[in-house]
Design a protein around this ligand. Structure first.
Ligand code: ASP
Length: 472
């Protein structure tokens, strides 16, 4: 017999079916056992009555405990009006078991799967993440993330975007954050870097003529975690378009997310449409933040207040504690070094760079920055001015030789944006932490207690790479 989903039993009253799943709860009432069996689609009540079961199943039944994996053949029965359970999607039926097979036994889990209290034991949840993901809320977050990504993929394809996978083994360039480095075995003493974002690749794809690119892109930054920033890795919906204005990028992004909310989160309301656009200076003056929370009711879990922040300064003055990785002492790019100044401000690069405004756009949602992007510099002369202003050394410029080279061969005006998927999902799912919407996240201090990583490697591996460890 072919296994059906628990949810499908509601349409199979009086039929003999086979279901499989985990024992969520077992309750004994005299000789009868009630097994709540859980699969991805929900929970189904299975009634095990000794007289209805074959002999082997009766024997097996005695030992069945929570989290055992079972296959159960039985007859679907409609529940009487009083027995209907409105909290279960299968609450109008139950399965009268005829034959039970144990597919896999289970030890008692280190925490109760169904107990919200487990929240407190963060380390334990991370160590047994696969059990944590059995919890309904966690499972729903993972399924919602899949739906959102699927929606975005389809939507962007309809708008002529091409999904391109850019390299994970990339090159270390001074782009702002600290790189994760990967030592090369074939080229001892040399290193790959994991991409902080596919920024250069997506711009090179525009030079290649692909016109519109997107990717659900893993990004790696070796930074300390904050509540709204994962340590190590995170995902962006990375996008880039050729022959566009900033206005085009803002409108497309706004339309995409508005339709997403309408289709996947119909219970949510967007506070203001079109989304407000606020100059960076004004945001700082009025709200003291460049990611203001514009919700009318901050306690309403269904309110989404999107806002664009625009007209950023091209540069920010470097503060001692916020040193831009690898750049000079005075100016650091507000967004990144590829961001174009507004045409009317280009002359300020020579006279008063601090006053030059940029074609940068940040997307704020309920007080979080959920994306940033820009129109890019496509004129190498301006790019060189920006590098000079952030005091790039010749050595640093050499690291961008490929970029410099590519710009000799016809660059379309282009720009893009990269909404952060983890943050977006956190807000849409009403979660307080990025880990709740990530299947296998790192802890705040950058470890994975489940895999026990990062881990030491053996001497042979180090020798092959020509590395030795200097103990700190
Ligand atoms: N690559 C940029 C970032 O990671 C986003 C963009 O400008 O498209 O912030």
């Amino acid at each position: 017999m072919k296994r059906i989903k628990t949810i499908e039993t509601v349409n199979q009253v009086d039929k003999t079916v086979l279901i499989s799943g985990w024992v969520n709860v077992r309750r004994n009432m005299g000789k009868i056992a009630f097994l709540d069996v859980r699969d991805r689609w929900g929970i189904l009540q299975v009634v095990a009555v000794p007289a209805e079961l074959d002999e082997a199943s009766n024997e097996i039944l005695k030992d069945i405990r929570p989290e055992f994996v079972l296959a159960i053949e039985g007859v679907v029965q409609a529940r009487g009006a009083k027995q209907i359970n409105k909290d279960l999607a299968t609450g109008t039926v139950e399965l009268l078991a005829k034959k039970i097979t144990v597919l896999s036994e289970a030890e008692t889990p280190p925490f109760e799967i169904d107990n919200e209290e487990r929240q407190a034991k963060e380390e334990l949840r991370m160590k047994y993440r696969y059990l944590d993901l059995r919890h309904e809320r966690m499972k729903n977050n993972i399924l919602a993330r899949d739906k959102v990504i699927n929606f975005l993929r389809n939507w962007l394809h309809k708008q002529d975007f091409v999904d391109v996978q850019t390299p994970i083994l990339s090159k270390s360039t001074p782009e702002g954050a600290r790189d994760y480095l990967v030592p090369s075995r074939l080229h001892n003493g040399k290193f790959f870097a994991l991409p902080q974002a596919p920024q250069q690749y997506k711009q090179l794809l525009m030079i290649a003529g692909l016109d519109r690119y997107f990717q659900i892109a893993p990004c790696f930054r070796d930074e300390d975690a904050r509540a709204d920033r994962s340590p190590g890795e995170f995902y962006q919906l990375d996008m880039e378009m050729s022959f566009v204005t900033q206005e085009d990028i803002l409108q497309l992004t706004e339309q995409m997310f508005t339709e997403l909310v309408k289709e996947l989160y119909p219970e949510k309301k967007i506070t203001q449409t079109p989304w407000p656009r606020i100059d960076h200076d004004e945001a700082i003056k009025k709200y003291g933040s460049d990611k203001p929370d514009l919700r009318k009711d901050k306690n309403d879990p269904n309110e989404l207040a999107f806002a664009w922040i625009i007209n950023f300064p091209l540069f920010v003055e470097q503060s001692e504690e916020d040193k831009f990785h690898g750049a000079g002492d005075t100016w650091a790019p507000s967004h990144n070094m590829f961001t174009a100044p507004k045409e009317e401000d280009v002359h300020l690069l020579d006279s008063d760079p601090g006053k030059a405004r940029a074609y940068q756009h940040d997307l704020a949602l309920n007080g979080f920055e959920v994306g940033g992007g820009a129109i890019r510099i496509h004129d190498m002369k301006i790019q060189e001015k920006v590098w000079d202003l952030i005091e790039f050394s010749d050595e640093q410029k050499k690291q961008f030789q490929h970029y410099f080279e590519a710009f000799k061969y016809g660059v379309p005006p282009h720009g893009g944006i990269a909404p952060g998927l983890d943050r977006l999902m956190m807000i849409l799912q009403g979660e307080k932490n990025l880990r709740e919407v990530t299947a296998f996240p790192l802890t705040t201090d950058g470890r994975d207690p489940m895999m026990d990583s990062p881990s030491e490697v053996n001497q042979e591996q180090l020798d092959e790479l020509g590395l030795s460890i200097k103990k700190k």
